[in-house]
Write a protein that binds this ligand. Sequence first.
Ligand SMILES: Cc1cc2nc3c(=O)[nH]c(=O)nc-3n(C[C@H](O)[C@H](O)[C@H](O)COP(=O)(O)O)c2cc1C
Length: 452
Amino acid sequence: MHRLRSIHKIGARRAVPARTGRCIRAASGTMGVELNPSRIPPRELSRSVEETARLLRIDPRIPAAVPGFDAPFFQAGLAGYSDGAMRLVARMHGAPFCVTEALLDRTLINGGKGRRKEDPDLIASEIGMGEIEDNCAAGLGDHPLAGQIMGSWPDEIARGAEILAAMGHEVIDVNLACPVKKIKRKARGGHFLAFPEEAIGVLRAVREAVPANIPCTVKLRRSFDDTPEMAHAFERIFEASYEMGYVWATVHCRTVQQKYAGPGRWEFLRDLMQRRPDRIVFGSGDIWTVRDIFRMIDMCGVHGVSVARGCIGNPWIFRQARQMMAGLTPFGPTIEEQREVLLAHYRFSEVIHGARRTSRHMRKFGIKFAQHHPHPYAVKQDFIRCEDADEWAAVIDRHYGREAVERATSEGWVPAAVTDASAALAMEDADLDCSPADCGLPDTASSAGMGP
Ligand SMILES: Cc1cc2nc3c(=O)[nH]c(=O)nc-3n(C[C@H](O)[C@H](O)[C@H](O)COP(=O)(O)O)c2cc1C
């Protein structure tokens, strides 16, 4: 952890990235999963974000259950993204805990084989890249790690969870949140929220199958839909999980039906915590900048926060969170830091996916990483055109090499402090962003409406 810390020279001074180049197309609303924020309502805070961060301590029950989990945030499961490569990069920047992509029970049971044949509805196009080999711990640095299990039948989900435990995942997380459509009329992921008895059956089967010394947790959405009946179902499942010994729930404050449309309802999390302050809960939904981590903790009273879309192409969010907890001002990355991370992520990815898959896989990350560069649009378009490792290296040299650094310096560019004003500017930029689909890239998780 913090292996990169020593090289972080925190640039101070002014920092509004120069905005040159032109966007390709607006991304908002063009695909199943929006990767940029929209219409975030004002949050009711009791004190400044800086003060919340500075005074914050992790609930001791969390590191007691998962040794090494020492800060109140983690990198979420993100199908198509949160493989071993992304997790290692996050950990190098201070993420204390990570979750794998959602893994299908049958994939695990079949040793990764035969998924296509066995279930044509459920192939990679729907589930993203949740392949076993991408989600094994990526070396000794990839711990503590939650293996996330998803499926349709309690006995198979339990068997899959057992396999994940045997593979060395320190925590087993049960996905009752994914909004991908039902398969063969059978519930899966978030669709279980509409069937509380079945959901509770799944949770019980997993808890009984997983060795007692391995903590189980659950990922939920705030409800299946907005009806009182479904709100009641959420309560039953939520309560039952803790009664069965689940250590915490991560609650994504959108409904399953909502998928990703509209803002997350933080008020739901606040009300939940007011009713059940004793339950360990991690909040999820609309964590776009480091300041949102502390805003959610202040407003909602959750014990920690799951960082999802806000860390795609932005592992620095974890370093910034630790800086804020230490009373420091968080800054964006220097160009040299961006270069180092882009090279490391590519290298890790090649080990996991092989050369051919990596060049395509990394483009969607490049698009997001580009947002930190002084010339984001030009960089983004160059990443989009990358076909192989050589082209990737050429883009890195062109935009992140010594000459690029000198040019940025001569233009007066320095990394920005993360303030609400700089975040607002970034969101403005994001509105002009180019999503993978817009750019003609496959984005399997997105096209599936994947993710709780
Ligand atoms: C592309 C994508 C894939 C996701 N995959 C998973 C997953 O595999 N497991 C999971 O628990 N959540 C998954 N999620 C949900 C996120 O973990 C998170 O709950 C959600 O994005 C809300 O947080 P945010 O608004 O801060 O992004 C996914 C989300 C996205 C956007």
